[in-house]
Design a protein around this ligand. Sequence first.
Ligand code: SF4
Length: 472
Amino acid sequence: MVVSAMTMVAEPSVEFDAQLIRKLSQSGPRYTSYPTADRFSDTFGYRDYLQAVAGLRTRGSRNPLSLYVHIPFCENICYYCACNKIVTKNRDKAGIYLSYLKHEIEMQGKLFDGMNQIEQLHLGGGTPTYISDAQMADLMTHLQRWFRFAGDEVGEYSIEVDPRTVSAERVASLRTQGFNRLSLGVQDFDPLVQRAVNRAQPEHLTLDIIKAARAQRYRSVSIDLIYGLPGQNVISMAQTLAKVIQAGPDRISLYNYAHLPHLFKPQRRILEAQLPGAEAKLDMLALAIRRLTDAGYVYIGMDHFALPTDDLAIAQQQGRLHRNFQGYSTHAESDMVSCGVSAISAVASTYSQNVKTLDAYYDAIDKNELPIVRGLRMNMDDVLRRLIIQRLMCNFELSIASIETAYPITFASYFEAELEGLHRLEQDGLVVIDDEWISVTMKGRLLIRNICMVFDRYLQSRPAEQRYSRTI
Ligand code: SF4
């Protein structure tokens, strides 16, 4: 089956080729970073991070920063969950966490003093709206005290919202506190699917929040969906998609559920017999692509769709799209400072990750140290490959001349083995290669991870099976 989907705008688009996907789908990283987080080492620590920030200062960096804040708490467990979260109904825990988080924010704020302009903020989790409205107001005031936020018309300030935890009043309050983008977790509107994953979320809750966000003039509302959940089929997916399209969010993320119960304990509660088979999943994906693009959504890449008027689609058309730990982003030049348990910062050519448990987090901050437990300092080869993977993921093409201009290499000889791998993918119709460009074809776009994996030096030493989700 081949479904060609052209949107209102001519580019970019995508072509679904089931046969090709069957042949080439494999386990692989999502490349929210390169090198990927599983390559970080505990030989990298707090002092290495301080050195990276000092390097920025020496170079007189004036790049705006991107800030990520992690709130790990959730009230209930969703069985498909693969996030780093703490499920508890004891709200006191959040109060203690926030006091430590504020201390970490203050430490980071002091460290970046004079180069602390923020153009992008994302609150993720867990469930950021687990904390109360008053706690959120206090947190935002604290962030604004230690960092200089660009105005609402420039900055992209987003928060992940679980519609089960907020009211229209809370949506209005979040807007006043400084947020201008909402990302709503939905996954599926079908009550049977919701029950199978322990996430009962009546449809009207989600629709009411979208309506409230429109009334409050949020610049963008995004919805997360998942295909491949227990009890899903093409019919239920069609119904959910119709409702989502009717609601008209600016962005839609459609994730492939990766059933990895050996890695994520909550997934052991999913009944495997209820999971749709590989062919049913492909049908659901084909249907989603057709319905979303017919409705005017642009395929951005990986799992993301956006209306042509959304900043993400505009940034892609203008070649300004970037990819970071939160997925696609419009702020290309930002260093990312991240606070909270398990959060990952990307400063200069380093990555650094915070400790994952509350106890370890509190211990480090009690010692007045940033709670960094591992990370990585990139060498030139890493930085070069990161750039190539970024360009392919965001623009679906790579100018060989631009790489040779930026780095002292001859592409054909430096990447001789990789070009051989790419030529094999060219025979399958995923890419077109000439002396100047590597261009991803319409049907290669859905398999972009396969193409990027060719440039992942670390995969050559350790294969991807078992640790990553499938590329489709
Ligand atoms: S999916 Fe989201 S809301 Fe559900 S348990 Fe995981 S982090 Fe919490």
